[in-house]
Design a protein around this ligand. Sequence first.
Ligand code: FE2
Ligand code: FE2
Length: 256
Amino acid sequence: MTTITIPTQGAPQAVTEAWTALPAWLPVPDLGLLSVNAFVLRGREPLLVDTGLQALEAEFLAALAQVVAPEDLRWIWLSHADADHIGNLRPVLERAPRARVVTNFLGAGKMGMMGGFDLSRVHILAEDEVLEVGGRILRPQRPPYCDAPESLGFHDATDGVLFAVDCFGALLPTPVADAEAIPEARLRAGIEAWSAIDVPWLTRLDRAWLRRALADLERLTPAHVLSGHLPPSRDLARLARIVTEIAPVGDTRRVA
Ligand SMILES: [Fe+2]
Ligand SMILES: [Fe+2]
């Protein structure tokens, strides 16, 4: 049994001195809780990664304001255009007149199709471009698997932070602040359950290809792995092992 039965915004949670998570929890009926995270990078050019759940607009904006004055925001990194990531994009943009939305070509196209967005506030990143943010570099990083083709993560070598978009998302029985607090069997079951819903093609991916993609991430040796749907982790090797274990070649039994 979970103690959370309605969408709930948590307290901001420091990841590094510069990075802070804005965690929320979304109950998935009969299945558990889904972590829904946004992140703030403080500094000379404050940056927000994703904008939370619309159902929690007031709570999300209050949590954001605890970490950074919204009017100081210079960038909003859009991981992808799914509803659980752009829920409060409009009110954040209203409160952050200097902020530009960072996305790629398809992400900008999807924003255009939603209508009502001022596309002059979009900063389109090309595949080979980096974003310089207040003296640090965010290098775009495609996640090994995703639920939307515009998905755009990044690596921040300054703090050793890897943002993996929806990759490594898990359904969990109770809220936790730290992925390492989740026993491995529980985490494996949670990633498997959420992946079957959100990325049902994961088990069809070639395992060797997936291993190579995850190994590419591991070579970055991130100290912190941030996901839209998992509490912050410091153990990419464990996450990579779990994901490859649930994606055997030719095993489509779990695919709907
Ligand atoms: Fe998504
Ligand atoms: Fe998501």
